[in-house]
Write a protein of this length. Structure first.
Length: 363
């Protein structure tokens, strides 16, 4: 992420060409407006210069729906890596990451027990966006639970991260009701797993609804994060087919959408519009498709907007914006010098960001 704002970019270029700087972009006139617009042109040029700039890289997850073959690509995509498509088991938990709240979880506490949101999150840096906190109090039990939609006789895996700000035990229950028959009961102690660890268990569902419940009955606190419950199977890579290959080999089969032809997807193809397709057509809504893509750059609009360009390469934006301003003013010398400078920046960026040895793509 860059550090220069839209206003600062504009003023840097105005200074370079000896024009009056601005206190606000809304007051731009004449050459100032040209320079302001040239900043976005320069950002767009940089984004289009290389398909796979790492600062424009993103990941996408799409849940499947039974009987639905095609799904929209992200609205901000520039390039999609169709070799990166993976099939994952869908996480059945609502709000298991607790990024900003504990919505989706019911408080079943008794006595002095209570559940709440811990905004600082547990210990690992990647998880500090928030956590579910259980506090038993001096004479109570803290309980947080949620109902999950499951399939009878299917095996599932539950995983979560746990930390103990002040020590204590945590009990994980998986059952047919919040406080009824339990399919699995597991007690996790701080001595067993340390300060922060991920733990996981498997269970077999006995019906269409399974409750996951966390409880604590000691006068201490426990934080829980990244809760996931999904079918217990390994992620699978989807084979890419061109649209022509799909039409020749699989389209007629998938067009007949009787239930016997629905199955676990094995192939991904790109449609002729802004979508991707799966074949066979998914037989259930318990899959998640994950893939990589590269975004388009976002045009700057307000004075304080910043760009996706890393701070150490912001001079490239200034050079290309200066080039456009110089062309409009018929300043051939400045235009040529700015274009040469921009080309040097692009060469440096490509060497350092795209061709570096530790930059990787999914396989």
């Amino acid at each position: 992420m860059g550090t220069l704002t839209y206003l600062q970019y504009t003023n840097r270029v105005l200074q370079d060409i000896n024009e009056t700087t601005l206190s606000a972009l809304s007051s731009s006139r004449g050459i100032q407006t040209v320079v302001k617009n040239s900043v976005n042109r320069a950002l767009n040029d940089i984004a289009n210069y290389e398909v796979e700039w790492p600062f424009l890289h993103s990941d996408k997850e799409q849940d499947t729906y039974a009987g639905i073959a095609e799904y929209s690509l992200p609205s901000d995509y520039s390039y999609v890596d169709f070799d990166s498509f993976m099939l994952f088991p869908k996480n059945l938990v609502t709000n298991g990451t607790f990024d900003s709240n504990i919505t989706g979880w019911t408080d079943g506490s008794s006595g002095t027990g209570e559940i709440g949101f811990n905004s600082t999150g547990p210990q690992p840096p990647e998880s500090r966006t928030g956590a579910l906190r259980l506090t038993a109090g001096s004479s109570g039990t803290a309980i947080a639970y949620q109902a999950l939609t499951t399939t009878k006789n299917k095996q599932y895996r539950v995983s979560f991260g746990v930390t103990y700000p002040s020590g204590g035990d945590l009990t994980l229950n998986l059952g047919t009701s919040a406080n009824g028959t339990q399919l699995s009961t597991n007690t996790i102690t701080v001595d067993d797993i340390g300060d922060f660890k991920y733990v996981n268990y498997t269970f077999t569902a006995t019906g269409t609804t399974t409750y996951i419940s966390f409880s604590q009955a000691v006068d201490t606190q426990v934080d829980i994060d990244n809760v996931a419950v999904a079918e217990d199977f390994h992620p699978k890579k989807l084979k890419y087919l061109s649209y022509e290959e799909f039409q020749e080999t699989l389209k007629q089969r998938d067009r007949n959408l009787d239930i016997s032809r629905l199955a676990e997807p094995m192939y991904v193809y790109r449609t002729q519009d802004e979508k991707f397709g799966l074949s066979p057509v998914p037989d259930k809504s318990s899959y998640t498709i994950g893939y990589e893509y590269w975004k388009t750059t976002t045009a700057l609009s307000s004075d304080t907007d910043t760009s996706d360009i890393p701070a150490r390469y912001e001079h490239a934006v200034i050079a290309k914006a200066r080039y456009y301003a110089a062309v409009l003013r018929s300043d051939t010398a400045t235009a040529q010098a700015s274009l040469t400078e921009f080309a040097d920046h692009m060469k440096k960026m490509r060497i350092e960001l795209v061709n570096k040895k530790d930059y990787f793509r999914a396989v």
